[in-house]
Design a protein around this ligand. Sequence first.
Ligand code: FMN
Length: 363
Amino acid sequence: MTPLHPLKGPNKLKLGVFAANADGGLAITDVPERWRATWDDNLATAQIADRAGLDFFLPIARWAGFGGKNKVREWSFETFTWAAGLAAATQRIGLFMTVHVPLVHPLYAAKALATVDHISHGRAGLNIVCGWNPKEFGMFNIPLVEKGYDQAAEWLAVIEKAYASSEPFDFAGDYYKLTNAVSRPASLQSPRPVTMNAAFGGPGRDFAAANCDYLFTTFTDISQAGQHVADIRSRSAHIGRDVGAYTVCHVVCRDTQAEAEAYYERYAATEADHAAVDAHMAGKKEFSSSHDSSAYDLYRKRFGGGAGSYPLVGTPEQVAEEMAAIAAEGYEGIALSFANYLYELPYFCDRVLPLLRSRGLRT
Ligand SMILES: Cc1cc2nc3c(=O)[nH]c(=O)nc-3n(C[C@H](O)[C@H](O)[C@H](O)COP(=O)(O)O)c2cc1C
């Protein structure tokens, strides 16, 4: 029998590590200790997270970088092969693959996803992105798709049909036309590995509500964060499904508040890779609706610190308190990034996880 996926496990608030597969992680900084995303550092970080009982390791899908002094994000590991390598070197943690639907044929994705699910004995996860960056897709000479989420719905339907079919099948869709298709083995998880969709706008949320297990989204202020959870819950309840929400935060945790804020100011502002921050913000503003519009004007520092995500900056007690507030807004999980994962994750696990356990959010 397939073991329970970590995202289905007992922890009330699931925690994971986000974007370690890419240069800089989520940060856009020029500090000497910036994250270079070497394989050895990825492996060591994944094993620390695995031993500490974190629930998932989640990559970003990135092909073109944001330029700047460090050619930020130009270096990144492809997520199927990255997850396969980590699956063989970890025991309990969930291993996600983030996939650009228009760039990967669903039959290829079906087999690669199933392969990682078998290597990991049922710990694979899928994070669907439809893409927003025309420069990136231009590399493949593939245009951004008008109705990206319609294609994504067909893409996922092909994967599910491939796993459910013991006989060859035909598929006649608007985006995919398949004849005598087979894909064996199927994933161990049925009908497919745990699936989330990283989106912010209406069409992405409707897609998640109809097809996924979770929406992966951002928020600007904790006080309003619950509105995104209520939105996806009502969209999914409307069609008889129960879809939860995960979010993303960047973390600076230190013994004192002053120490944490000083380091945040240094890596996310004073020594940010400013040209890359400009390019990233301009690209996101122009082509993607990943954040509330106010985030761009008010929170440039959040882009240097964590690609616009919400900052958790402070003592272990302060960070645990804000994480509890995010859980109270209805989020089932938080994907975490750090300026340097290997330097910062051990302290976070040692000092914050016990506080979350004492709040009943972690077992
Ligand atoms: C939490 C989160 C993570 C994302 N990760 C990626 C990624 O790894 N690669 C990517 O190309 N886009 C990523 N995106 C962008 C989305 O897939 C999407 O294109 C963008 O949010 C535009 O939103 P929309 O499709 O809802 O309009 C992410 C978005 C969010 C909110």
